[in-house]
Design a protein around this ligand. Sequence first.
Ligand SMILES: Nc1ncnc2c1ncn2[C@@H]1O[C@H](COP(=O)(O)OP(=O)(O)OP(=O)(O)O)[C@@H](O)[C@H]1O
Length: 257
Amino acid sequence: MPSLPFWKNDMSDAIISLKDVSFRYEEHLVLKDVSLTVHEQEFLGIVGPNGSGKSTLLKIMLGLLEPQKGEVSIFGTTPAEARLRIGYVPQFATFDRNFPISVRETVLQGRLGKTRLIGGYRRQDYQRAQQALEEVELADLAKRPLTALSGGQLQRVLIARALACQPEVLILDEPTAHIDPKIEEGVFELLKRLNQRLTVLVVSHDIGFITRYITRVACLNRTLVCHATSEITGEMIEQLYGGPLRAVHHDTILHTH
Ligand SMILES: Nc1ncnc2c1ncn2[C@@H]1O[C@H](COP(=O)(O)OP(=O)(O)OP(=O)(O)O)[C@@H](O)[C@H]1O
């Protein structure tokens, strides 16, 4: 009898499984023996200092990068095969907001992998885009050009674009890095609502803030350690960031000295 694939050793509702994954850019080892299982309906935070490999880890889950070592399974298959089941919201900085395009057209781009390539979008695509805009509470801005949006509105549009492909998991890379704290709260309240029907995985620098929303945190600094939110202490943060953390804002539960 063939042996079970490695992810079958985990709970049956595991949707993302990485086992002993290592990745290097040429000589530079960025991830070392990273193992992680994400379960259905989780709201997982991935935190770590600059350059600790967070975006690299996401790109591996999305099949954009292939690890030199280890195994990656998404919904029991390869990242490439599972791609359309994942909604991805890239880092804000990588998005050209001056592109002359409307909110609706941006959200429709999320349908590209799901619709026909020739002949334009179908009625169903417009319906899905409309639903996604309603879900992020921006339906009345559908015709507005992207250039006329605030940072928080733009972030919601990018979330709507990811939702338009009807994903089962939403992966966001620093969704609130460039918006102010009040708006940040609104974005995380939205993610919390979406988490009622979707698995959510979010990369953030701001562990103090996100612990209010997430169920579990994965601390990455080349290697990865997971903690239940309730276990997080200032000492742990200090170890992760290699020194006292000065920039935890909001009325955070964490204090380091
Ligand atoms: N294409 C690349 N070629 C070579 N090195 C890279 C490449 N992309 C990233 N790196 C390096 O790999 C390391 C990890 O980068 P990565 O972007 O995954 O970190 P991060 O934790 O997401 O950082 P940040 O918090 O600054 O976004 C960094 O030292 C970075 O300079």
